[in-house]
Structures are given as C-alpha cells and as structure tokens.
Design a protein around this ligand. Structure first.
Ligand SMILES: [Zn+2]
Length: 456
C-alpha cells in the first residue's frame, strides 16, 4: 500500500546546519508524504541571515523555502524582518484554511516578524504579527519561516543538553533509583500543556504549507492522518507461559519483545513463540542497571549473546529500567551496532515527553544519525508504579487514542506491557484490541521506523 518513491536530492553544502536543515526537511516530507511523490530539495543561496532552498516535486513546479536567521536580508524578497526577543517560549498561532481551529504553537527561542505587501500569513503572534508568510514573487511562491524551526524541533524531540549539567534535576523517577531521560525535557514543554505534540505540529505545518503551495498530495488512503500502534513487552525474565497468555489476549496483534540477557527463552521456545504470531519482533533489553557506568561493555556482550540466541542482530532496543546516560550518550553504542530504533523515553501515563508521537531521527553533533526514537507513551507501570486500577489505566489509553484521532498529524502510540504482568492487566490488553478494531494500524517497532525512514 505504501510504496516509497519519495526520492529527494540533497546537495552537499559546507555549512553543517544547512545540511542538517535539508536532512530534516527530507525527513518531514517522509513523515507525511509516505507515498510516491518525487521531491527534490536544493540549496539556492545562504548567508548569515537566511537559508533559501528550492523544493521541486517535478520539472514544472517549485516553491522556495526561506529560513530566516537575521534581519539583514536581500531586497529581492520584498519583505522587512525584525527580531522579536522574549523571555521564555513564544506563543504563536498556526493558521490553516483546512483545519477547524488554529494550532497553538510554541517556539522555544527568539523569532522574526515579517512585514511586506501581499504576505499571506501562515503563523502569527497573538498580537497579529506575521511570523511565517507566503508570498508570490514573479509567479514563484516563497515561504518565509521566521522561527528557528530546526532548533525547535530538535529540542522538543531530544530535550535540552544543558539539563545534564544541572544538579537540581530529578534524574530518577517513580521510585526507581537509576537515571531516566525524562529530566532532559524539563523546561521544554509548558507545564500546563504536557500532552501537546509541538514537534509534530511544527513539522506538520511545514509540510502543509508546502503541500498547499504545490500540487503535492498524499495518496488517497492517506488523506486522513494515520494512527499506528506498537505493542511492546519487556522480557524481564518472564515465565514462558506468560508469553503464551499474553499472545492469546493480543490475538495476532504484532508485538515487539525486548529480550533481557537472563530471559527464560531458548532457541526452541522462541521458535514456538514465532508460530503463535507471525508478527513478533525480537529486540534487545540491555541491562546495565547494576553497573550503569559499564553500559558500553555490557551492551556489546549482550549484543553478542542476543545474536547467538536469535540468529540476527537486534534492530530495536529499550534499556531495562529505561536507563539513560546524560544527553543520549547510550546512542553511541546503539549506532555502533546498527540498532535502528529505540523507545527508551518513558511517558508511562500518556505524557508526551518528547513532544512527538512519531519516530524521530536522532540528531547528534549537528548530524542526522541512522537511529530513530519514539516515546513509550504508556506502560503497565500505570497499575504498579502509579497505582491505577487496570480499568482506569485502560480508560486512560482509550481517551488518549481518541485525542490522537482528532489530531492533524499522523501518530504512533507505543505501549509497553510486560508479559509477566499479564494477569494484572487484562483490561489494558483489551484496550489494545479495541484500538485496533477502531482503526489504529498495529505494527512492530522496526516496521514503524522503516515506514518513516528517509529514503536515499
Ligand atoms: Zn525491564
């Protein structure tokens, strides 16, 4: 159904952040196009004050995207640009003719306001200043972006590296002594709006602005946002009959199991498990909780062990205990062994910690890596760590899924149900089935990430 023909030509440029910008554009197009348009992105011009790209879906059409970086821009754009400095995040409105209401957006840094004749506003401040604008110049459409799109999207998705230095940050959560990644996101989302999807909304708005300026459309089956569901289970040395019970409850729904180094599984039991469900993915559940500083060495050993047991390298991981090390330092080990995906940020009760319900490519040292990550929005820890009843927890998942269905953007819900806990969470398992019946597309973590992988 989803043929991937979205080929994008990337021009190599010396400016690292411009290359990164083009790479993330490519990823944004892939996030939402998912279906067969040829799109080329090329650098036209850049200076300290702007980066101008041309997007061409075919030889007839094109649109210019101009990312503003300063006030000093060439007269040929026909606009005036002023910086708006501020304390804290800027509240902005994303406008659209195709949506019932405006998107409530937040930019995390200073931004630029734009004035000029015939500027069609795409993003405005609440006092009416234009921040993103569309303008036709000599029959070519220009889209001016007055926010720091790149910085916003990366910070929303990956958190603040400066939080690592701060001693006051709470690095363990919910009574678990080890460091979790959640503190990286403190100060990013507005405390009263922890369920916003700012990273997805900014990306969506950029895509929508392009889409409405060009005859680039999603294929018919993707006209409405698509919602995916990924059920995962951390092995945690569960009894093998628990796997059997869980699979009976899930009744063929794709499942990603992360195998702990001390799993009770053998080659034989894994082969039996794979016969109960054609779509079981096996990933690694690295355990370094006893020696967090030895992660790299333990990971390497556990990768060896995994490939001997399973017969292939893992392409997905989640650390045992959602263990984290500063600003994505575990990713070095993941990248070294070609692990494509992780779901190692814990939302637990639906908090959208990474401000995104889509897999995002990890950006490290200003370069896009081959690793994608997505928040684990829910876990059965709702019942154990947060002391909700199984019923309350499943209702929380259902309510959340209804909100997802109303969103402008595609989304993917990752939910972690330990096989060992299956007898305490039958309603949560029923909720999963209900989601699938209501149209969520179930998939494994690696299949999800592959759908969103930027094509080369
Ligand atoms: Zn675990």
């Amino acid at each position: 159904m989803r043929s991937r023909k979205c080929g994008i030509v990337i021009q190599v440029v010396s400016d690292k952040s411009t290359s990164l910008l083009i790479g993330l554009l490519k990823q944004t197009a892939n996030l939402f196009l998912l279906g067969g348009n040829l799109l080329q992105v090329n650098l036209v011009d850049h200076s300290k004050s702007f980066v101008e790209l041309v997007i061409q879906p075919n030889s007839i059409q094109s649109v210019r995207l101009v990312f503003l970086r300063g006030e000093d821009i060439p007269p040929r754009f026909g606009i005036k640009v002023r910086i708006r400095t501020q304390i804290g995040a800027g509240q902005l409105l994303g406008l659209s003719k195709n949506r019932p209401s405006d998107l409530h957006l937040r930019t995390l840094s200073d931004f630029f306001t734009i004035s000029g004749l015939d500027c069609d506003p795409l993003v405005k401040t609440d006092d009416g200043c234009v921040v993103w604008a569309r303008r036709v110049i000599q029959s070519e459409t220009f889209i001016f972006i007055g926010t720091r799109f790149l910085d916003d999207v990366i910070t929303y998705r990956q958190g603040l590296s400066t939080n690592v230095q701060s001693e006051s940050r709470e690095k363990s959560l919910w009574g678990f002594p080890n460091e979790r990644a959640n503190y990286l996101y403190e100060g990013v989302a507005e405390p009263s709006r922890l369920y916003d999807r700012q990273a997805d909304w900014w990306s969506w708005l950029l895509f929508e602005s392009l889409q409405s300026s060009l005859a680039v459309t999603r294929c018919i089956e993707l006209r409405k946002p698509v919602q995916y569901l990924v059920v995962t289970g951390d092995d945690d040395q569960a009894d093998l009959d628990m796997y059997e019970r869980q699979q009976r409850l899930l009744s063929g729904i794709p499942t990603t199991y992360f195998l702990h180094p001390l799993t009770k599984h053998s080659k034989r039991s894994l082969s039996i498990l794979s016969r109960t469900n054609a779509e079981i993915e096996l990933g690694l559940h690295p355990d370094a909780l006893e020696q967090p500083t030895e992660y790299e060495r333990l990971f390497s050993q556990q990768i060896d062990w995994f490939s001997r047991l399973v017969g292939s390298m893992p392409s997905s991981i989640r650390n045992h205990g959602f263990l984290n090390d500063g600003y994505w330092r575990h990713a070095q080990s993941w990248l070294k062994y070609g692990v494509k995906s992780s779901s190692n940020i814990a939302g637990l009760d639906g908090r959208i910690i990474s401000n995104s319900l889509l897999p995002f490519p990890l950006v490290l040292d200003n370069e896009i890596t081959n690793h994608q990550s997505i928040v684990t929005a829910f876990g059965d820890g709702m019942v154990f760590a947060l002391r909700m009843t199984d019923n309350e927890a499943s209702q929380r998942v259902i309510d959340f899924s209804n909100d997802m269905r109303r969103d402008v953007s595609d989304g993917a819900l990752v939910i972690n149900l330990h096989p060992q806990n299956v007898d305490s969470t039958p309603q949560l398992h029923m909720a999963i089935r209900q989601l699938v019946e209501s149209g969520f597309v179930p998939t494994t973590l690696t299949s999800l990430v592959e759908k969103f992988e930027p094509s080369n």
